[in-house]
Design a protein around this ligand. Structure first.
Ligand code: C5P
Length: 340
């Protein structure tokens, strides 16, 4: 009998975390979505997704690591299902089989904290689209991929392009930028053990006093995009950390929801003596270093501060602490970019 899969071996995709170096809110659409201007970078910290034929005849998901919540609500299963619909009759069923593209068994190793402003779930979704298409031997045009990605979430289109990019609109306009030059900058991530819903943070922005005042953040974001376009060296990016750390319009709304983020960030700044940024809607804090080795040393400093009680939360829960780098090259096999 003909195997309905073109490939037998599991298909493996890395789903990297993202960091917003800047995030300016520049407007609001009638739909309620906000217009953004954000420089986003992929990190080496990544989830790992593998897809194989499902013996059960229906899509399934098994996760390890951070708990992403109920499988039925997971973007990986949603992405596979939406991709199957998008492929539709375009899936060339081998002789002897019929119907929709076959069921997949997904295994997801969650190494990226959940609801942390690192877009792990969106990255998983992008990886699932890409992996499922490969498993089925199916293709979608760049525009169709983009539409599919956007149906799954505003951050998903960025991961179809990956690397370093300027992200505009609701998230659908993704313009690739040149990678940061020289040694890949080190990034220390510190995520307090609390979760923030993106929806809630944008709602707090819309209700807050600063809506529509994002002028200086937009300027900083535009400036960084321009510098990257003309070639920005790693050491110069690290020198700009002070400006970038302030260039996030969701900083205020995130702390309006979780006021404990203020003393946490202050404590971190005291321990490290460096500017502390927030990725996306938070609560993850980022700190830039000249190399991953420097970031790893800083991670140890933070672990010690948590252990001896100089840094932490009242509940005694421990933050996620990781040293990583801004990804210097695309490791996934995706070559298509959305033609937004
Ligand atoms: O697109 P996604 O489902 O990830 O967005 C979650 C929520 O965040 C949206 O329902 C919306 O309320 C808010 N959002 C926004 N503007 C964006 C992206 C997200 O208001 N550009």
């Amino acid at each position: 009998m003909t195997d309905p899969f073109r490939r037998i071996a599991p298909i493996v995709r890395l789903a990297p975390a993202k960091l917003n170096l800047t995030l300016a809110v520049t407007g609001r659409r009638l739909s309620g979505y906000h217009e953004l201007h954000s420089v986003m970078v992929e990190l080496d910290l990544a989830d790992r997704l593998s897809l194989a034929p499902s013996a059960a005849g229906r899509d399934s998901l098994h996760t390890t690591g951070f708990d992403p919540g109920p499988p039925a609500e997971n973007l990986v299963l949603l992405a596979i299902s939406e991709a199957r619909q998008a492929v539709g009759r375009g899936w060339a069923a081998p002789a002897g089989s019929a119907g929709a593209a076959p069921a997949l068994a997904a295994r997801l190793e969650k190494r990226i904290p959940v609801a942390a402003g690192l877009a792990g779930g969106s990255s998983d979704a992008a990886a699932a689209i890409d992996g499922a298409l490969e498993a089925w031997g199916a293709e979608l045009g760049p525009d169709e991929r983009l539409r599919l990605a956007l149906r799954l979430g505003s951050d998903v289109p960025f991961f179809l392009a990956g690397g370093v990019a300027l992200v505009e609109g609701r998230g659908e306009r993704v313009t690739r930028l040149p990678p940061v030059g020289g040694t890949a900058p080190g990034v220390l991530l510190v995520t307090p053990d609390v979760q923030l819903s993106t929806k809630d943070v944008f709602a707090a922005y819309a209700a807050g006093p600063n809506r529509g005042l994002g002028g200086s953040t937009h300027l900083a974001s535009d400036h960084l995009a321009g510098e990257l376009r003309s070639g920005l060296a790693s050491r110069d990016l690290v020198l700009r950390a002070g400006v970038l750390a302030a260039a996030n319009d969701l900083l205020g709304p995130a702390t309006a929801i979780l006021p404990q983020l203020v003393p946490f960030r202050r404590g971190l700044a005291r321990v490290l003596g460096r500017p502390i940024g927030q990725s996306g809607s938070g609560p993850t804090c980022w700190v830039l270093y000249p190399s991953e080795t420097d970031a790893a040393a800083a991670a140890e400093t933070v672990r010690t501060a948590v252990a001896d009680g100089r840094l932490g939360s009242e509940s005694g829960s421990h933050p996620f602490i990781a040293a990583t780098t801004i990804r210097s090259a695309l490791i996934r096999s995706t070559t298509e970019e959305p033609s937004a």
